[in-house]
Design a protein. Structure first.
Length: 238
């Protein structure tokens, strides 16, 4: 089978899929008789990525595999198909998610120590329901508090291949700066896998709130003043 035909098959599969496809899953589209090797798949994917400058979609590799996304320079027009406003997240939720992403594994108590306020159970539940975070273990201290870390779904949603692709924390001034870098997805009917959109931060400056104090996470001081109640703690962030 020639490269052009392999490209057409892979492109069709990626556009039809509602989730990223790994190289292994893409190779599974072909039978042994068709004699398509892993090298052929890799070459076809590289060719599809090279075609991006002339098209309205780009082929992006994330943690779970490959997927098509709307090109950034035409995103504003395509986003008009979605009548609903992008999901707006509170500062408290974004701060919590950022701490988990940059300081994982981390306990809820350590997050509260850094932020200085109680972490709402609704925030943790929402992040778990969206499958952005999960319990990865327990701290070997009294009470064995749960340790939280991010998931593969988190990487996929934020258009990342690995945690190493997160922008350096020192370069982030406002959480709003994450939006153009991460290209968050928007649910657009069945085309959610190809339309990145921007997340909206409820309040700016969240990252800078914890960047200076992050060194104290691993060894909370005794006699610390209890965190105050988070003003967002009564919200349910759906």
């Amino acid at each position: 089978m020639d490269t052009d035909q392999i490209k057409r098959i892979l492109e069709a599969a990626l556009l039809a899929s509602l989730e990223p496809l790994s190289s292994t899953r893409l190779a599974g589209l072909f039978t042994e008789d068709e004699n398509v090797t892993a090298g052929d798949i890799a070459c076809a994917l590289e060719a599809l990525q090279a075609d991006a400058p002339a098209r309205g979609v780009v082929l992006s590799e994330v943690a779970s595999g490959y997927r098509y996304q709307v090109a950034g320079d035409v995103h504003a027009w395509v986003a008009r198909l979605n009548a609903e406003r992008p999901t707006r997240y509170s500062r408290a939720l974004l701060e919590t998610l950022s701490l988990i992403a940059y300081r994982q594994p981390i306990t809820r108590g350590e997050i509260e120590q850094i932020r200085g306020v109680v972490v709402s159970s609704n925030i943790i539940r929402t992040l778990e329901e969206r499958e952005w975070i999960r319990i990865v273990g327990h701290r070997d201290v009294a009470g064995r508090p749960a340790l939280f870390g991010t998931t593969r779904q988190f990487l996929d949603y934020f258009n990342l291949k690995a945690l190493e692709d997160l922008p350096p924390l020192a370069e982030i001034r406002d959480l709003e700066e994450l939006a153009p870098q991460f290209e968050f997805e928007a649910a657009l009917g069945n085309a959610g896998n190809i339309l990145p959109a921007h997340i909206e931060a409820g309040t700016a400056g969240a990252a800078s709130d914890f960047s200076e104090s992050s060194d104290s996470v691993d060894s909370p001081a005794s006699g610390e003043i209890a965190p105050t109640q988070d003003p967002d703690s009564k919200e349910h962030f759906a």
